[in-house]
Structure formats: structure tokens, C-alpha cells
Design a binder for this molecule. Structure first.
Ligand SMILES: Nc1ncnc2c1ncn2[C@@H]1O[C@H](COP(=O)(O)OP(=O)(O)OP(=O)(O)O)[C@@H](O)[C@H]1O
Length: 288
């Protein structure tokens, strides 16, 4: 994913208006089938500085996606407060969201999917096309504007989803296992591409993953969740800019990986009802 010199740098500078995310005493429960309440997020206090990249990791059902949906403003907390910058979150282009299953509109072209994010804004056609084209260049899809999602590989679809999330120049990017459905090679390429994009546009990122390696490669901090609560807040002091092959060679990487693994293993063993948390954790274990 290369940066095209034809994209004016002013566009990139104007994206760099990151805002932090603050959760203060946030709890959220859901009503389940029999009318009982199940607690998804419990008393979370978490402050993410603007432009920071934070990964959320933990066993299945521990509340990671719920925390993301609360940060998006799609869900209201039962108690506590969430702020993006100094205001409550409001769904819209200032908060970009990327999901595991892409969520593209099948009957719209690549350009139509990416431009969709700006349709509420009163941009003229030329400006809209320019923005779409610039964003497609950023994600390495410059020649694919007229194609449809069904004509693309999984990695390309996720690039479209990323372009759609980034075109609103979001100050906050929320990513829910965005690379989990990609094959291992595509996933590594996408991780490096995401790092390159983040280094250019620098939104504040909250990234849910089941992969210890992915968390360590991408993030400044790894938050370990269990039972809806934040259990650990781990700093990742690996040098930046990072690329997957270099990061994995660092001694510090091995130490952090070992620590996270034993933490997550203990969490799962302590909760026999927890479904085992996903094939990527398994893949990490095999690789390590
Ligand atoms: N809309 C909902 N209605 C009822 N229960 C819900 C709802 N959304 C989440 N839950 C429950 O809240 C808890 C936390 O779910 P959440 O999806 O946030 O976990 P997660 O850590 O993201 O899990 P996974 O890693 O499997 O995606 C789970 O027990 C889940 O079943």
C-alpha cells in the first residue's frame, strides 16, 4: 500500500486531528432469553490517548466487542460515561468502524462503497470522486474503483472496508477482528499496511483481536479483558515504525508474548464455561 505522491499532503495533515477515548466506570448488561441479565462490561475505566493504538484481547465473551460498540455510540452504557475527546460518541464519519466480515454493499462498486461514507455530506461530485480516488490509492486499490465486492479477494474487500472507514478522516478507528477471516499471508500484509496507514493518518485506534502476535505487532498497549473487566494494561515498547518480521525478532517481543500467553491461558483455565477463543489463538500457539 504505497502513498501516492499525487495525493496532496494537506489531505493527510488534515486527517491528523486525533482525539482520545475515555471510559469512566462503564458497565453494560444485556437481557437474555429468559429475562435474566448478563453482564457484558463491568466497571471499565480506561483512557486511550489521542493517536494511540490499543489492542483489546481476552477470551470469547469477555466483552471486547461490546466495549467497541459503546465507543462507537451505537450502544448506551447502563452506568458510567464514555467520551471521545470531550464529548459523548456519536456514530458518523468521525468514528471509523471495520468489522471481520467487511459489511460491503454487494450491488455497489468499490468506489460506491467507499464514497457511501461521505454521502451525508454536501460534497460536489468532483470533490467526492477526488476523495474516493485518493483513499483508494492509500489502500492500494487505485485501479479497482469500478469493480464489485464479489470480484475481489478477501484481502481486497477488507481494504475497501478500511478505505470506507478512513475516508471520513476519522479521529477514532474502531476495528473488530478485522483480519480474522483472512489467510495467514494476507493477514500479515494487511497488518503491515495498517501500520503504514496509521503512521500517516494517526487516528486513535481500538483494535479487538484474538491473536497475541497481532496485538503485539500493532499496538502501543494491550488491554487484557476477562469477565467484562479490564484485567491488565500492558505497554508495548517496541520501536516504531514496526514491520512484522522485525518486531518478532526483538527480545522484548518474546518476553511480552510469553507473559500474555500465560495470562490468557490462566483466564481460560479459570473459566471452564468459556468457549475456547478462536482459531487464531490456536494458530499463534502452534507458530510459537
Ligand atoms: N445484543 C446482545 N444481547 C445479549 N447478550 C449479548 C449481546 N451482545 C453481547 N452479549 C453478551 O455479552 C457478553 C460479551 O459479548 P462480546 O461480544 O462483547 O464478547 P467478545 O469478547 O467480543 O466475544 P468474542 O471474542 O467471542 O467476539 C457475552 O456473554 C455475550 O453473549
Amino acid at each position: 500500500m504505497s502513498h501516492s505522491p499525487s495525493v496532496p499532503d494537506a489531505i493527510h495533515r488534515s486527517t491528523s486531528r486525533g482525539r482520545g477515548i475515555r471510559f469512566s466506570g462503564v458497565s453494560k448488561a444485556f437481557t437474555v432469553g429468559n429475562g435474566a441479565r448478563t453482564s457484558a462490561v463491568r466497571e471499565v475505566d480506561l483512557e486511550i490517548a489521542e493517536r494511540q493504538f490499543v489492542a483489546l484481547i481476552g477470551p470469547s465473551g469477555c466483552g471486547k466487542s461490546t466495549l467497541l460498540r459503546l465507543a462507537d455510540g451505537l450502544l448506551e452504557p447502563d452506568t458510567g460515561r464514555i467520551e471521545i475527546g470531550d464529548a459523548p460518541p456519536r456514530p458518523g464519519p468521525a468514528i471509523g468502524m471495520v468489522f471481520q466480515n467487511f459489511r460491503l454493499i454487494p450491488w455497489r462498486s468499490v468506489a460506491g462503497n467507499v464514497g457511501f461514507a461521505l454521502e451525508g455530506q454536501s460534497l460536489d461530485r468532483t470533490e467526492l470522486n477526488h476523495r474516493v480516488q485518493a483513499q483508494l490509492e492509500q489502500v492500494g486499490l487505485a485501479g479497482w474503483a469500478g469493480h464489485y465486492p464479489a470480484q475481489l479477494s478477501g484481502g481486497m474487500r477488507q481494504r475497501v472496508a478500511l478505505a470506507r472507514a478512513l475516508i471520513g478522516r476519522p479521529s477514532v478507528l474502531l476495528m473488530d477482528e478485522p483480519f480474522a477471516s483472512l489467510d495467514a499471508q494476507t493477514r500479515e500484509l494487511m497488518q503491515d499496511d495498517l501500520l503504514a496507514l496509521w503512521e500517516r493518518q494517526h487516528p486513535t485506534v481500538l483494535f479487538v483481536t484474538h491473536s497475541v502476535d497481532e496485538a503485539l505487532l500493532l499496538a502501543d498497549r494491550v488491554i487484557v479483558m476477562g469477565g467484562g473487566a479490564v484485567l491488565e494494561d500492558l505497554r508495548v515498547d517496541l520501536p516504531r515504525p514496526r514491520r512484522s518480521t522485525d518486531a518478532r525478532r526483538a527480545t522484548e517481543y518474546g518476553r511480552l508474548r510469553e507473559h500474555l500467553w500465560s495470562r490468557i491461558r490462566d483466564l481460560v483455565l479459570a473459566d471452564p464455561t468459556s468457549a475456547f477463543f478462536g482459531r487464531h489463538v490456536q494458530a499463534d500457539r502452534e507458530r510459537g
